[in-house]
Design a protein around this ligand. Structure first.
Ligand code: PMP
Length: 444
């Protein structure tokens, strides 16, 4: 068992100065029994070390962005170079064009893009642009999907698919929540019912084309095609939130799975055929670990954005040279042949081993894996929507989380969050992780 005295001490200090001791609530240990979160002080490759000097194998990957592992030399060098030549000019730069071109080549639905500073900003702006383009005000989203912390998407389901949303946070006016309709994921009838009910008020349907926020959940076959067709018939736009999924599974996004050879994408190549969103939000991986977001899409829609059009969006830090340089370097490194296959293969071995080991000790575990990322749910049933994800054992997860942490394996402190492989993980790391999991399951 690790000694984490220094983390405990720092948490005490942090509580005095930083609200809740953390700069994002997902970092607190509230959902896993409370107490001090681990304060990390250094990262290298697949590992990071806490302030007490304990090493952890990192499956948090900073909630997704650190796909190359910590302090990847190519990204580090790009950031250093950017720092030496000035971190912010408040003018356009040449590298922004280069980066926009890279994103467009990887994700062809992006006729035009705009860089912002976070996934939250990217999503928030796609909604404004969709409303400007359609002249409509409501959006439909899916229960359990997280799209950042802007007012419009921090809204939970009302009491049925035809009812309006309720705020998921204090400080959000009911009038704003009423602009959002929340329906269950993977339920075409519920979506159609909402579209029938709210019809010409619906500006857009917003979806994570692979859900990353209540576990990793794929759309059922035909679901996205139905969703896109239903939205189009209704004159509503389709917005894909690919903040997690962008560049996570292959060099592209969930929406470009269809463009891959079937042997490379497997089932996914069918799931994503003949769909194209009007707008896409990106973030996380595309910043190589620095703050970034981007949104883009169809030319006519994007031309709503100022200075061309009437929809205003701006940013002092937007497209800052350091984030752009880190993003370019990250995408360059992701082009290494075989890199995604390696993550896929290691995740398969890890996810398979966890399943076997849990079964051996009689612990119900459902593992949802999509290439190099997977979620583990303490339950017997499949997890295909938010209700099923909620109906999993949080206390068992909390025990597992702490037993793993004490054995040097760091997961996100949430029963919903995925495990992310990085290109820095090795077969030996997978073995160590499986050993730790076997111990943990035995104790449980
Ligand atoms: N969309 C999705 C799908 C996300 O998972 C997240 C963050 N977890 C966001 C948007 C918000 O991104 P950010 O935290 O960079 O604001």
């Amino acid at each position: 068992t690790h000694n984490r005295k220094r983390s405990e001490q720092l948490y005490g200090e942090a509580l005095e100065h930083i609200v809740g001791g953390v700069n994002s609530p997902s970092r607190s240990f509230k959902a896993v029994g409370g107490g001090a979160p681990v304060f990390m002080s250094r990262g290298q490759g697949a590992y990071f070390w806490d302030t007490d000097g304990n090493r952890y194998i990192d499956y948090l990957a900073a909630y997704g962005p650190i796909i190359l592992g910590h302090a990847h030399p190519h990204v580090t060098e790009a950031i250093c170079r950017a720092a030496q030549t000035g971190t912010l000019y408040g003018t356009p730069t040449e590298l922004e064009i280069h980066f926009a071109r890279m994103l467009k080549e990887a994700i062809p639905s992006l006729d035009k893009v705009r860089f912002v500073n976070s996934g939250t900003e990217a999503v928030m702006t796609t909604i404004r642009v969709a409303r400007a383009f359609t002249g409509r005000s409501k959006i439909i989203k899916f229960a359990g999907c997280y799209h950042g912390h802007s007012d419009l998407v921090l809204v939970a389901a009302g009491s049925g698919p035809s009812t309006l949303g309720i705020p998921d946070s204090a400080g959000i006016p009911v009038s704003i929540a009423h602009e959002v309709i929340t329906v269950p994921f993977n339920d075409p009838a519920a979506l159609q019912e909402a579209l029938n009910r709210w019809g010409s008020d619906v500006a857009a349907v917003m979806i994570e084309p692979i859900v990353g926020n209540f576990g990793m959940v794929m759309p059922q076959p035909g679901y996205l095609q139905e969703l896109c067709a239903a939205a189009r018939r209704n004159g509503s736009l389709v917005i894909y939130d690919e903040v997690i999924t962008g560049f996570r599974f292959h060099y592209g996004a969930a929406q470009t799975f269809a463009g891959l050879a079937e042997q490379e994408a497997g089932e996914a190549s069918k799931l994503y055929r003949e769909i194209e969103p009007d707008l896409t939000a990106l973030g996380k991986i595309i910043g190589g670990g620095l703050p970034i977001g981007a949104y883009g899409g169809r030319k006519e829609v994007m031309e709503q954005v100022a200075p061309l059009g009437p929809a205003y969006q701006a940013g002092t830090m937007a497209g800052n040279p350091a984030s752009i340089a880190a993003g370019i370097a990250c995408l360059e490194a992701l082009r290494e042949p075989g890199l995604y296959d390696r993550m896929d293969r290691m995740a398969a071995r890890l996810a398979g081993g966890l399943g076997e080991s849990a079964a051996h000790y009689g612990i119900p575990l459902t593992v949802n894996r999509i290439k190099g990322a997977f979620s583990t749910h303490f339950c017997q049933h499949p997890v295909t929507n938010y209700d099923e994800a909620q109906d999993t054992d949080g206390e068992q997860f909390a025990r597992f989380f702490r037993l793993m942490l004490d054995r040097g394996i760091c997961l996100a402190p949430s029963k919903y969050e995925a495990w992310f492989l990085t290109s820095a993980h090795t077969d030996q790391d997978i073995d160590l992780t499986l050993d730790a999991a076997r111990d943990a399951f035995r104790e449980m």
